[in-house]
Design a protein around this ligand. Structure first.
Ligand code: PEP
Ligand code: MN
Length: 277
């Protein structure tokens, strides 16, 4: 008997598909769909975010990401625009019709983020912030739960259990690499976690090759590997001018490289009969 109960595959015969209400049509994450989430690490300015959002929409991205509250290692690094950036994200959603995902770090931000953000992201550093998870479990809002920096797969599924057991079944897992002895990459991407999670759980799983590698040149190959391994999608960082990015420029794709990523993973999704529209 697994310690995770509601997340376990034997609890449900079908895989969970999380519905994301988007303007005009509903998007789905999970079984049979290949979802591409893209956007800058952080929302930096209105012009750059809106410009990036319009390009991403045109190139086929399904969901727009952007950090408002950045969990930076150093308190002196750029920590995001906070609440002020939310209006910029909302405008981009209005202009593109793309649903939004953004990280919530503090339950005190929940009220206003709930209104505007379509998927609430729990970042790696908060995977075991149990009070936050319980609060998100009481909502009717999809939650993107990233794997903790050094979390085992069981710890990760038990974190998901905190959301599920409070009544919210809309959990999407996100593998973003784990800390190992290897230092040439930012993290070590655990591709094996994807097929293992498909055996252990019915929850959708996406892969973030940007944080998993820390190097933009590795993002396309790792994204392809993720889809080939059975992931339900990828989340990648894209910046119009990565050298000037206020955070994570080294792992950010240019819009041109995002186009290549999209075309390449579409081929792999097609082989598996997955829908990537
Ligand atoms: C992010 O996706 O913005 C992020 C901070 O990633 P992680 O929590 O995986 O480090
Ligand atoms: Mn980032």
């Amino acid at each position: 008997m697994q310690r995770f109960k509601l997340a376990a595959r034997n609890e449900k015969s079908k895989n969970t598909v999380v519905a994301i209400p988007a303007s005009g049509q509903t998007l789905y994450i999970g079984e049979g769909y290949c979802t591409v989430i893209a956007g800058p690490c952080a929302v930096e300015s209105r012009d750059s975010f809106v410009k990036t959002a319009l390009l991403l929409k045109e190139m086929g991205a399904h969901i727009l990401r952007g950090g408002l509250f950045k969990p930076r290692t150093s308190p002196y690094s750029f920590k995001g625009l906070g609440r002020e950036g939310l209006a910029i994200m909302a405008e981009a959603r209005e202009l593109t019709g793309l649903p939004l995902v953004s990280e919530i770090m503090d339950v005190r931000d929940l009220d206003y983020m709930y209104e505007q953000v379509d998927i609430l992201q729990v970042g790696s550093r908060n995977m075991q912030n149990f009070t936050l998870l319980e609060e998100l479990g009481r909502l009717e809002k999809p939650v993107l739960l990233k794997r903790g920096l050094s979390a085992t797969i069981e710890e990760w599924l038990l974190a998901a259990e905190y959301i599920l057991s409070n009544g919210n079944p809309r959990v999407i897992l996100c593998e973003r690499g784990i800390r190992t002895f290897e230092i040439l990459t930012r993290n070590t991407v655990d591709i094996g976690a994807v097929p293992l999670l498909k055996q252990l759980s019915h929850l959708p799983i996406i892969v973030d090759p940007s944080h998993a590698t820390g190097k933009w040149k590795m993002v396309i190959p790792v994204a392809k590997a993720a889809i080939a391994a059975g992931a339900d999608g990828v989340m990648v960082e894209v910046h119009p001018d990565p050298d000037q990015a206020l955070s994570d420029g080294k792992q950010s794709l240019t819009p041109q490289n995002f186009r290549i990523l999209y075309e390449q993973i579409k081929k792999i999704a097609d082989l598996d009969g997955k829908i990537l529209v």
